[in-house]
Design a binder for this molecule. Structure first.
Ligand SMILES: Nc1ncnc2c1ncn2[C@@H]1O[C@H](COP(=O)(O)OP(=O)(O)OP(=O)(O)O)[C@@H](O)[C@H]1O
Ligand SMILES: [Mg+2]
Length: 253
């Protein structure tokens, strides 16, 4: 059985897709079988990891009764598959809001492929709408990237409250694997201050590994490659490797 991890934060542009893509890639490089499900209509992770040759997407599994294994394509990273997304997934949000069992839809779809992967990583849109709730319902745990700026920390408590509600009502086993500080610019006192505030408030929830601001990371999506392939010798690859290893130790705790 695979372990299902959702990368979520309702704030936009905090590094969710970057984390989902590079954590998945590193887990695959560590020899794990990984599936990344793009559950965002923006389809950024699909752009990042595929050659856009896919015909079916997560929109089809949510709207047209297609099975998950029918949409899966391989990526440029050995051991990493992708369930790609399209803009059409945004229609699923409306459809889902009219469906009584809406929050269980993705979870049901995962059953068929669960044995094929060690990890399933879900990239979510910047909202706490039906797609993200579906991902939470289907997950063992969540990882929350937080940009080390002021506004991103404001929504963190709201996000964790929703997770508590999902635990109480739908998925009692849902865990928060941790908060990952992203786009950390050590030259600014703001970044240090935000790091301090988050560490004080959320303590052990915060990963020791911090993702710094990195030009290569910003460049990688346009080359449609994760950092381990786009810039294998850059130190950011090593940092993502450390993050993946820390993530694996957190699963045991
Ligand atoms: N550590 C980093 N250093 C520099 N640029 C980064 C870093 N991480 C991500 N970026 C860039 O910042 C932008 C936002 O990152 P990303 O797309 O991962 O955020 P997101 O939370 O998934 O956004 P959305 O909410 O729109 O889905 C992208 O252009 C990405 O390439
Ligand atoms: Mg994204």
């Amino acid at each position: 059985m695979s372990r299902v991890i959702t990368v979520a934060n309702q704030k936009g542009g905090v590094g969710k897709t970057d984390l989902a893509v590079n954590l998945s890639s590193q887990l695959a490089e560590l020899g794990k079988r990984v599936l990344l499900i793009d559950f965002d209509p923006q389809a950024n992770a699909s752009w990042y990891l595929t050659k856009n040759s896919y015909k079916l997407s997560t929109a089809d599994i949510m709207l047209n009764g297609i099975a998950l294994d029918e949409i899966i394509v391989s990526s440029c990273v050995k051991g990493l598959d992708v369930a790609p997304s399209t803009m059409g997934l945004s229609a699923a949000q409306i459809h889902l809001s009219q469906d009584v069992n809406m929050q269980f839809k993705l979870k049901k779809k995962l059953e068929i492929i669960s044995r094929n992967y060690d990890f399933i990583v879900i990239d979510t849109p910047p909202s706490l709408g039906p797609l993200t709730i579906n991902a939470f319902t289907a997950s063992d745990g969540i990882v929350v990237p937080v940009q080390t700026h002021f506004f991103p920390i404001r929504g963190l408590s709201d996000l964790l409250r929703i997770v508590e509600e999902i635990k109480e009502v739908i998925n009692p086993d849902l865990r928060v694997y941790g908060i990952v500080l992203t786009m950390f610019d050590r030259r600014t006192s703001l970044a240090k201050e935000v790091k301090h505030v988050i560490s004080e408030r959320f303590g052990g929830m915060v990963f020791d590994t911090i993702i710094p601001v990195c030009v290569k990371l910003a460049e990688a999506p346009s080359h449609r490659k994760p950092i381990c392939i786009y810039a294998p010798s850059n130190k950011i690859g090593k940092i993502y490797r450390e993050l993946a290893e820390e993530f694996l130790t957190r699963l045991i705790d």
